[in-house]
Design a protein around this ligand. Structure first.
Ligand code: ATP
Ligand code: MG
Ligand code: MG
Ligand code: MG
Length: 469
């Protein structure tokens, strides 16, 4: 059995052998791209190469790219723990052609890698093409010898790849692995395609356009290739597992968590273990790339991820901060491939420990309120938005943490009254200050409070409050 580290190396070496330059992953915070929250695909660092703005000394590249999909156009946060295939942080393996080869060679390389080098059985593979893309349809027939029944035409945005609202994009062709009829779910394009039986492992994007504004796209100077294969998903297939969380890397992380908490990896606490393992990776890699928890922008996404994990640690009965005691296990599994993790180890531990120590001061009481106020609710009911706001404002519960906590029971949160409470709170705070005549407070306190959020201010960060007020 190949471990994740060998599979990553196997992919990169295959493309190096076929004339591709091995390029390191770019950071999770995209350089010079304010339109993008986090790097969410391998092509992000090559955006300007595709459009011709930037030249590189090579025309073919291959990478294993760190990705986070927990905000912006691609957001998988709510899938984590509920599907077998989604993470907030994952590695995307890719090969790229900058005006060099196009569709036929891309399909040929992909097919050779998965059926020869990785030796996947052909009868478990199925591909999709963009509805109008007769060329791709014909190439899959010719090169892979796939029967027409296993080349599915899809007319939706699923087969037209876009990084964000602007940037290079194009029709794509996705390769699916059939995990067999023991797993519920239908093939792509069928009504139950969201199941986990047919799992998308690889997306080949035929880069042809540059989206410059909504509804307005230009052809790229040279048609190019951008592909993305989820390392954790191909590892699951190669290790004979259906579920990403059963691959060697996650088994090791989950073991470290259950060693500290006593939770049974196969018992009722399975989902919590998975969420913690996933969020540990996302948090650690984000911190290593310079993101720190805060109440806005990227920092708030990080805080939400961290606090969700911390609630699950609480559910597992951890009495003291837990997350920082797991970092060594992650470094052991991934530090060799990502030395920045080793360099930032102490910073990651400190950041996780501080955040968890702070959050624990309000977490217990907040959870007690959540339990009490939802005790009489049933599946399909709505949780009161006012209370969700109090949990947010006074107890530091990001809205999605509350939603996540209620989701298992089929209970939603009343968003209209949540927003209402938020607006009222803002207006009230401003009104009471307006009468005070305290201009320093107007100038300093409000912006700071808005930036830090009420939780920081009222909940526990009294040094800041006292320092300013
Ligand atoms: P899905 O439909 O399963 O959500 P996607 O179509 O959004 O995947 P792409 O944008 O095509 O994914 O990304 C390329 C590849 O990256 C996918 O084929 C998959 O192998 C992997 N991938 C995408 N999102 C995730 C995720 N959240 N966790 C793990 N791997 C992912
Ligand atoms: Mg997706
Ligand atoms: Mg897809
Ligand atoms: Mg896809």
């Amino acid at each position: 059995m190949s471990g994740v580290n060998e599979i990553r190396a196997g992919f990169l070496n295959f493309f190096a052998k076929n004339g591709h330059e091995i390029v390191p992953s770019s950071p999770l915070v995209p350089r010079n791209d304010p339109t993008l929250m986090f790097t969410n695909a391998g092509m992000v660092q090559f955006k300007n190469v595709f459009t011709g703005l930037e030249k590189r000394p090579y025309q073919r590249a291959t990478t294993s790219q760190k990705c986070v999909r927990a905000g912006g156009k691609h957001n998988d946060l709510d899938n984590v723990g509920y599907t077998a295939r989604h993470h907030t942080f994952f590695e995307m393996l890719g090969n790229f052609s900058f005006g060099n080869y196009f569709k036929d060679r891309a399909i040929e390389l992909a097919w050779t890698l998965i059926t020869k080098d990785f030796a996947l059985p052909k009868d478990r593979l199925l591909v999709t093409v963009y509805a109008e893309d007769d060329e791709a349809f014909g190439l899959w027939k010719k090169i892979a010898g796939l029967p027409e029944s296993r080349i599915v035409r899809i007319g939706t945005s699923d087969n037209f790849w876009q990084m964000g609202d602007t940037g290079p994009c194009g029709p794509c062709s996705e390769i699916f692995f059939d995990h067999g009829d023991k797993v519920p779910g239908g093939p792509p394009g069928s009504p139950d395609e969201d199941g986990d039986r047919f799992i998308e492992i690889w997306n080949l994007v035929f880069m042809q356009f540059d989206q410059i504004a909504p509804g307005n796209r230009n052809p790229l100077p040279h048609p190019s290739i951008d592909t993305g294969m989820g390392l954790e998903r191909i590892a699951a297939v190669l290790q004979g597992k259906h579920d990403n969380y059963d691959i060697d890397l996650f088994v090791a992380l989950i073991r470290a968590i259950s060693d500290l908490t006593g939770a049974d990896p196969h018992g009722v606490q399975k989902a919590s273990l998975r969420v913690i393992a996933d969020h540990l990776r996302a948090s650690s890699f984000l911190i290593a790339d310079g993101v720190l928890p805060s109440n806005e922008g990227r920092g708030y996404v990080l805080r939400r991820i961290m606090r969700r994990a911390m609630r699950h640690a609480q559910l597992l009965g951890a009495k003291d901060p837990l997350m920082h005691r797991l970092v060594w296990a992650l470094v052991r599994e991934m530090g060799q491939a990502y030395p920045e993790l080793v360099r930032a180890e102490a910073l990651i531990e400190e950041t996780l420990k501080l955040e968890e120590t702070r959050f624990r001061k309000t977490l217990d009481r907040g959870l007690a309120i959540l339990d009490e106020k939802s005790a009489s609710l049933h599946k399909g009911d709505m949780f009161d938005g006012e209370t969700a706001f109090t949990l947010y404002d006074t107890y530091g519960f990001p809205l999605d943490l509350t939603q996540d906590a209620l989701r298992n029971r089929g209970i939603g949160v009343d968003l209209a009254s949540f927003t209402d409470a938020m607006e009222r709170q803002k207006a009230k705070a401003r009104a009471s200050w307006a009468g005070s005549g305290d201009t320093a407070a107007e100038k300093i306190w409000f912006p700071l409070r808005e930036e830090l959020g009420a939780t920081e201010f009222l909940g526990y960060d009294t040094e800041i409050a006292e320092g300013v007020a």
